[in-house]
Design a protein around this ligand. Structure first.
Ligand SMILES: [Mn+2]
Length: 335
């Protein structure tokens, strides 16, 4: 649900210079930690598992770590069943890879401090990402971080297994909305062709990712769509704790709801408001743009980040004031 950063000015990440640095670090590594942003999505998880698969095939010892629940529709990916929720305090690694993270503080709390984490390799494509790695292989024009994983596996001279290909394909599906968003480019389509040759079955992937939805998710969607409001070019939806309790769902099942708001004819920007769960830091606000408004810039004003057409942030306050602050920023951007 991401990208279209093409033409957006940002830091010059020099991905073609940093790819060989990433490959070199992994070539000499024996123990590798692979992690990703908390509350992982299909790209974060798919790109992490693709690298884990390939590195294990190459004889490396790999730990994949995320403290949070994995997205229900990507739990079938090879290696997802062995993602660790915690890391023992005495563990040490030669390289730690972070995929799709955007910022160091989006990683889980158990990522070891230096020197036990080894070289920190930041793999990302967020336009707003921070250069927190020892090596930052960042390409804001990459359709998904899985594309970067693909290039690293190739760079290591390893041939792509069906398992690694499946994980990369999942990451591309997740971040291009099944090859629909403007992040879809010739490069990801060419790589997708190679993934099919490596054994990926597109229909099977579609079924696993999109057509095995829990009934409770559909019930929740029906409730959330009742909250759809359209004011000019801005559409909003709201997800409350009560709705989730009533339908027996949890946050993990709301991914993609916001696209229904953006898909209304005439809407330029959609925002979704998730009520804070007990103990969380505030309202989780997600943004989607059709392309005219750069929502990454808006999210950044509230301490968040993302891509030009898909971004998010967390804001404290009551619902009315949070909505008013967001609406004001979006209306300014639309003007
Ligand atoms: Mn991504």
């Amino acid at each position: 649900m991401k990208a279209v950063n093409k033409g957006v000015k940002g830091r010059d990440w020099q991905p073609s210079k940093n790819l060989p640095r990433a490959v070199r670090a992994l070539r000499s590594a024996r123990r590798v930690l692979v992690t990703m942003h908390r509350g992982p999505d299909g790209d974060a998880l798919g790109s992490a598992l693709a690298l884990a698969c390939a590195l294990r095939e190459m004889g490396r010892e790999v730990v994949v770590y995320n403290p949070d629940e994995l997205p229900y529709n990507f739990q079938f990916l090879p290696g997802a069943d062995s993602v660790a929720r915690a890391i023992a305090p005495d563990e040490a690694f030669d390289v730690t890879i972070a995929t799709d993270a955007g910022a160091y503080d989006r990683l889980g709390p158990d990522v070891p401090q230096p020197p036990r984490r080894g070289k920190l390799l930041n793999l990302d494509h967020h336009i707003t990402t921070e250069p927190f790695g020892d090596i930052n292989y960042v390409d804001p024009e990459a359709a998904s971080v899985g594309i970067l994983a693909y290039k690293i596996i190739k760079g290591l001279g390893h041939s792509l297994s069906a398992d690694a290909a499946t994980c990369i394909y999942a990451s591309i599906l997740a971040d291009t909305g099944c090859f629909r968003y403007s992040s879809t480019d010739p490069e990801c389509l060419r790589i997708a062709a190679v993934l099919l040759e490596a054994g990926v079955d597109p229909w099977e992937m579609t079924v696993r990712v999109y057509e095995m939805q829990p009934l409770a998710r559909m019930r929740l969607l029906a409730e959330v769509l009742q909250t759809l409001e359209v004011h000019g070019k801005l559409a909003t939806i709201t997800i409350t704790n009560e709705m989730m309790a009533r339908t027996g769902t949890h946050l993990d099942l709301t991914d993609g709801f916001i696209n229904y708001a953006r898909s209304v004819d005439g809407v330029e920007v959609a925002a979704s408001f998730r009520e804070p769960a007990d103990g969380s830091r505030g309202w989780r606000v997600s943004f989607r743009s059709r392309g005219r408004v750069d929502v990454a810039t808006i999210a950044q004003k509230f301490g968040g980040g993302g891509h030009r057409n898909a971004a998010g942030c967390t804001i404290q306050g009551d619902q009315a004031s949070v909505r008013a602050r967001i609406a004001e920023e979006i209306e300014r951007a639309l003007a």
